[in-house]
Every structure is written in C-alpha cells, then in structure tokens.
Design a protein around this ligand. Structure first.
Ligand code: SAM
Length: 349
C-alpha cells in the first residue's frame, strides 16, 4: 500500500463527505429563502438574516458558518457579516439564471429518500416507477434542467435544427413528450407566439403541475398538457416533436420513436435532447459522468425497468441512441448541438 496515495484518497473522501453534508444545508437555504434574502439585503449577521426570514437566530448562525466553511456564502471578517458574492448569487439565489443549482440538490435528496426501496430493487432486479420516487424529484428535475433550457433551447438548439425555427415563427404544431412540469414546453410557447404546443407525460401529478404553470403564464389557449404515454400520445401532423432528457427513462424507447414517426408531419423533425455522454463507459468516468451515473442508478434505470424497458441509462451515448432512433424508422440523424451537459440529436424520417 502506498501511504501517500492513501492520504490522497482520504482527502478526496473528506471532500466528498463535506459535499454530501452540505447538500441538506443547501436545501434549507433554498427552501427557507436564505440565499435569496441574503442576496437582497447584502452583508448581514445571523440576527439580521433570521429576522428578515422569520427563522431562529441560533440555527441561522450555525447554518451561516456551515455555508462559509463550504464556500457557499462569503464571510467578511472586519464587519463579521455574511454575503453572497456575484458567483454565489447567480448560482444560488437567481431562479432564472442559467447557472442556478439548488434543483440538482433536490434531486439528490430524492435519491437519498429512495434508498430503502432501491436496496430492494437491487436484490429483486425490479424497477421503481417515476411516480414512486420522492416528490422532491419532480420539482428538482424541473429546476435542475430548466436553467440549461433557458440558456440554450431558444438561442442554440432550435436554430440548430434544419428549418424548424422558421416554422415555429410562422405558426406550427409541436409536441413535447415526457414533458414533466413543462419547463421546455412553456419556454418554447413564450418564444413562438404563433405556434401551438402539446405536452404529454404519463405521470399525472407532473401534468397537473404543468397545467398550473401554463395557466400562470397566461398560455392555456396555446399550450395543452395531457396525461399520455410516449408510445400512444394523441395527435398528428406535428412539425416538431421533442423528448427532453427522458427517452432513456422510457420503457419502450423504440416504440416511442415509432410513435413520433407516426405523428410527425411530412418533413417534420424529431429533436432528442439527452445527457451528453461518450459511447464507452470509461469516456464518462469524470465529474459530469459521476453525477449522471449516480442519478441514473437511482432514477433512470429503475424508471425504465419498472416499465419492463431496456434501461438505456442516462449515459447511454450517441451510438446506442442512434440505434433506437433508427429502429423507430428514422434514417437521417445528426448531432445538431451540444453543451457540456446535453447533446441534441435531430432525426428525420
Ligand atoms: C427526467 S424527467 C424529464 C422531464 C422533462 N422533460 C424535463 O426536461 O424537465 C423524465 C420524464 O419522463 C417521463 N416518462 C418516463 N417514461 C414515460 C413514458 N413511457 N411515457 C411518458 N412519459 C414518460 C417521466 O414521467 C418524467 O416526467
């Protein structure tokens, strides 16, 4: 055994312990509005922050120290006050920023909550349906993915597809499959006021939340959300169908591809947004792969297995995904855009 390597590994594990212990602190900061309030009132001590947020000072004092030790808030020694620097603000307090991260930690809380059920799944090989997960997963997924869609969907991904932006501008029909809370559908509807949008998901509580979101945005006349499976969602003549971060979760991805093919208008486009991953497992043994393989083990693989599916996994990679698209009847497939987290595949019949 190499002593220095052991030391190095222990330091890495210590970092991971700190990160894991910080996660529930981030959830509290997000849930109780501590980050947002700190961003608003500027440098504050525990008494001031507690007063402003209606919380108990002793807890806030300890929380502030945990956050300063973690680098999630900044401590000013002179004034003995805490504040969020610009980078902390944009990532922790600004819901509409492309860098907003608390949603990811809500997903991770759901992963902890599923631990008992998953241990049974590991033994039985059975799945765990999306709807059987802790409700924090549903809102966490929306808030984790929405910043990426905000940053890239309208400005990069749609323009990367051949002819799609022009159709959406002049007025067309789009379906968002596995839409969850409808973050992507609503962004598209806001950007393209002449088009109509249909969001489908098999998880009823998510569809109800999406309907609420559409009402709140004043879009209910052009945006419809309905409970439906990817393999038999209603409608026809869609100019664009999209799957955002969900094809790999499905029980019958080839069946889902076939249904897209059946419902697309002639010359319609299928946009498949998936986590960006290399084809070989070892391509993904890195910082991003670490997050996605863990989430995939807790959420994506069990979701597909619960539907007797092939469990492609969140890090399926382009080669495996292409096979699914081809089996569903698509022959012209290309990667039209990518970010560090996502790849966008454009598929045409
Ligand atoms: C990781 S979430 C992504 C949600 C949403 N597209 C987003 O980007 O925020 C996966 C979604 O796929 C949905 N889903 C899984 N299997 C499905 C199926 N067979 N038919 C329809 N929806 C499905 C789940 O209910 C869940 O909302």
């Amino acid at each position: 055994m190499d002593e220095s390597k052991l030391q190095e590994f222990m330091m890495k594990a210590l970092g991971d312990m700190g990160a894991t212990a910080t996660a529930p602190m981030i959830l509290l900061g997000d849930r109780l509005g501590l980050y947002k309030t700190l961003a608003e009132i500027g440098p504050a001590n525990s008494t001031e922050l507690a007063k402003k947020t209606g919380t108990a000072e002793r807890y806030i004092r300890e929380w502030l120290s945990s956050q300063a030790a973690a680098g999630y808030v900044t401590y000013d020694v002179q004034s003995e006050r805490y504040f969020l620097n610009d980078e902390q603000k944009i990532t922790l307090a600004e819901e509409d920023s492309p860098f907003f991260i608390p949603g990811a930690f809500q997903c991770m809380a759901a992963m902890f909550a599923a631990h008992d059920k998953l241990a049974e799944c590991f033994k039985s090989g059975k799945g765990l349906d999306w709807g059987e997960q802790h409700p924090l997963l549903f809102v966490g997924t929306e808030r984790f993915f929405r910043p990426g869609y905000l940053a890239h969907l309208i400005s990069e991904w749609i323009p990367s597809l051949e002819g799609v932006e022009a159709k959406l501008k002049s007025g067309s029909k789009m379906a968002d499959i596995g839409c969850g809370h409808g973050a992507s559908t609503i962004l598209l509807a806001k950007a393209f006021p002449n088009s109509r949008f249909f969001g489908f998901d098999y998880h009823r509580p998510s569809i109800e939340k999406a309907q609420e979101r559409a009402r709140a945005a004043g879009l209910s006349d052009r945006v419809k959300f309905e409970v439906a499976k990817a393999t038999d969602f209603p409608g026809e003549g869609y100019d664009l169908v999209a799957h955002f971060d969900c094809l790999h979760d499905m029980g019958d991805p080839v069946g889902a591809a076939r249904r897209v093919r059946e419902t697309l208008a002639p010359d319609g486009t299928w946009m498949v947004v998936e986590p960006r991953a290399g084809d070989k497992p070892e391509d993904n043994y890195n910082l991003i792969g670490r997050v996605f393989y863990a989430a995939s083990t807790s959420v994506c693989v069990p979701a597909s297995l619960a539907q007797d599916g092939p469990a492609l996994g969140a890090q399926a990679g382009e080669a495996k995904l292409r096979k699914v698209l081809e089996a569903g009847g698509f022959s012209r497939i290309r990667r039209s855009a990518e970010t560090p987290f996502n790849m966008v595949l454009e598929a045409k019949a």
